[in-house]
Design a protein around this ligand. Structure first.
Ligand code: FUB
Length: 334
């Protein structure tokens, strides 16, 4: 499968259908002299482009709408514009993005525009109560919008074990909980206010729990082949909520299914085996709308011949079996 975009490096593709076109909101990878480490310092991105295409089957021309936001535009940002996402509500478009603030702490910001391709004007401060990385939005059928986020190691999620907004610097770096009986850390989810700029619930954001199907208990922290690491995504099919994510150091894309956007979700299996490169990150979108054809956007490092922080976005169709399990191949009818 060929990369969708070849004139620059792109990663972490968040795809949405707006006005009948597929819009892709990726990270914009760039060359750097920064030493590689497990904290992800080499992922030193400084702006975002938006892309769109009128068709996926066959692949239509991909339009690069140019730079829609850059580090210098956002007063609170110091560096590292990591994986973004976008949402549409009440005729406005919202670009959600993580970055390090001036103290080096990852926060999530939001920028507002009138068109899916921007331009976007950032809010002057990060979203109150936001932390860590990899925001993913989901607007439910009733119009309520949710923001999922979080990432371990360099993404700092493990620094919040004492509570939302309590940053424990001791846990900074490529660390996470481990040990017999220790439960895995979950992504976070918060309902958004009607104006999409703040978290709505007074108790703050909640932890997303993934249950092991064999026990009904939350996954163990040492279950690295199934536990959440980063790259949260939500899609809904036939009334079921599919929470998908990357397992980080074991390099799988996995999913879990639940009956509410808050979860809990029961682990369902893998969507993608490891690709060339350390990270794996994705989105899942139905296109055309209400067609029950589903597409997995993801990235790998084939174009850069394996340089971990120079990635390229790809897309492939995925399928569901009769029980709603995600599978790589189309299931025979009947
Ligand atoms: O692109 C930087 C980081 O790499 C993302 O935030 C992670 O999900 C991983 O893909």
């Amino acid at each position: 499968m060929a990369p969708l975009i070849t004139h620059m490096y792109t990663a972490d593709p968040s795809a949405h259908v707006f006005n009948g076109r597929v819009y892709i909101y990726p990270s914009h990878d760039r060359e750097t002299d920064i030493q590689f480490n497990d904290n992800g310092d080499q992922y030193d991105m400084a702006d975002y482009h938006v892309f769109s295409t009128p068709s996926l089957d066959p692949q239509g021309p991909v339009t690069d709408h140019g730079v829609v936001l850059k580090t210098e535009d956002v007063p609170w940002v110091s560096k590292q514009l990591w994986a973004p996402d976008a949402a549409c509500k009440n005729g406005k478009y919202y670009l959600y993005f993580p970055a390090r603030d001036k103290q080096g702490i990852f926060r999530i910001g939001v920028a507002v525009g009138d068109k899916p391709e921007g331009p976007f004007t950032p809010q002057p401060e990060p979203i109150k109560g936001s932390y860590s990385i990899d925001p993913a939005t989901f607007v439910d059928d009733d119009g309520e919008a949710y923001l999922y986020f979080g990432g371990l190691w360099g993404g700092q999620l493990q620094c919040y074990q004492k509570g939302n907004n309590v940053f424990d610097a001791e846990w900074q770096g490529p660390k996470e909980p481990t040990g017999k009986g220790v439960k895995s850390l979950g992504a976070r989810v918060g309902r958004l206010t009607q104006n999409m700029l703040e978290f709505a619930d007074e108790q703050g954001v909640r932890e997303v729990t993934i249950l092991a199907p064999e026990t009904g208990e939350p996954l163990d922290a040492d279950d690295h082949e199934r536990r959440f690491f980063e790259a949260a995504w939500m899609h809904k099919r036939n009334g079921k909520y599919y929470f998908s994510y990357s397992t980080g150091d074991t390099h799988f894309l996995c999913y879990a299914v639940g009956d509410s956007p808050y979860g809990p979700f029961t682990y369902g299996g893998r969507i993608l085996e490891p690709v060339l490169g350390w990270t794996t990150h994705h989105s899942i979108v139905e296109f055309p709308e209400k067609s029950d054809r589903w597409w997995l956007f993801h990235h790998d490092c084939e174009l850069s011949k394996g340089v971990d922080h120079l990635r390229s976005v790809k897309v492939k169709e995925i399928f569901f079996d009769e029980e709603g399990k995600i599978c790589g191949e189309k299931q025979p009818a009947g």
